[in-house]
Design a protein around this ligand. Sequence first.
Ligand SMILES: C[S@@+](CC[C@H](N)C(=O)[O-])C[C@H]1O[C@@H](n2cnc3c(N)ncnc32)[C@H](O)[C@@H]1O
Length: 286
Amino acid sequence: MSIAHSPLRYPGGKNCIFSFVSCLIAENDMLGCKYIEPYAGGAGLALRLLYEEFAESIVINDLDPLVHAFWCTCVNEPGKLIEWIKETPVTVSIWKQCKEIIRNPEGASPFEMAVSFFFLNRTNVSGVLSGGIIGGVNQTGKYKIDARYNKAALIQKIEKIGRFSSRIEVSKLDGIKLVEKYKKYRADTFLYLDPPYYEKGSNLYLNAYKDADHTRLSEYVSTLSTPWLLSYDNHSFIIDLYNAFEKRAYKLQHSTSNKIGDEVLIFSRKISFDKSLAMLREPLII
Ligand SMILES: C[S@@+](CC[C@H](N)C(=O)[O-])C[C@H]1O[C@@H](n2cnc3c(N)ncnc32)[C@H](O)[C@@H]1O
């Protein structure tokens, strides 16, 4: 089981490829690098690389304004977030208030947006905003609203993020814009790109890429000289886009459904990965 450092539950979260990515960083003599995730989501992998000193600093970028609001609050105001968690009961009534703030955000402060998103992420089925409340509105299900809301554990995770905050940068750019910033070769910088899935993206996240966006991203990363790694669902459209690059297929086992997902890793030209591949032999639990 992978160690989860993120306070968010994230469909498709890539914490599970930590062993592979950490080996890759070591194999390429990049220990202590600046690690950048243009599509960071739950950022579980980034946090673990930081905590275990594979990265000296990390960039958590996500275009989704709610995801961004959450990370800003978590990194810049961890104490205020922790107080809110301590004081706020985990009830259907609070769930409804949070839902309403997300549905009708006019007049809501960034902090209110952040905590509403966080609360729904922890109390909705699979952590998806459209997923519906765990246990149902009448709480008649087997699991109840607080099944994934262990206050003490969540507070510990947020406290730790607070302790590392000077080494975490948060931004809300389009992923491609962020990539553009790292066009020039930087020996100490590593980009891991995990864009919305080609096939399932639109059901899981607020922002989804269309064919033209996936194509545009491939054109941008193809010109990058800074080393990068990209992950996707294994689809012929994506394979064709990156035909000039080395790729390796691997399997992810979704812990909620036990379904095996076919994914692919795509490597920039300057990266060596032979030693790290051993970490991808078994299906990785997501
Ligand atoms: C596959 S998820 C990333 C999951 C992440 N690697 C993790 O481990 O949790 C894709 C993320 O891209 C974000 N996203 C979608 N479109 C984007 C864009 N144009 N620019 C930046 N982020 C975007 C979504 O909000 C979502 O969080």
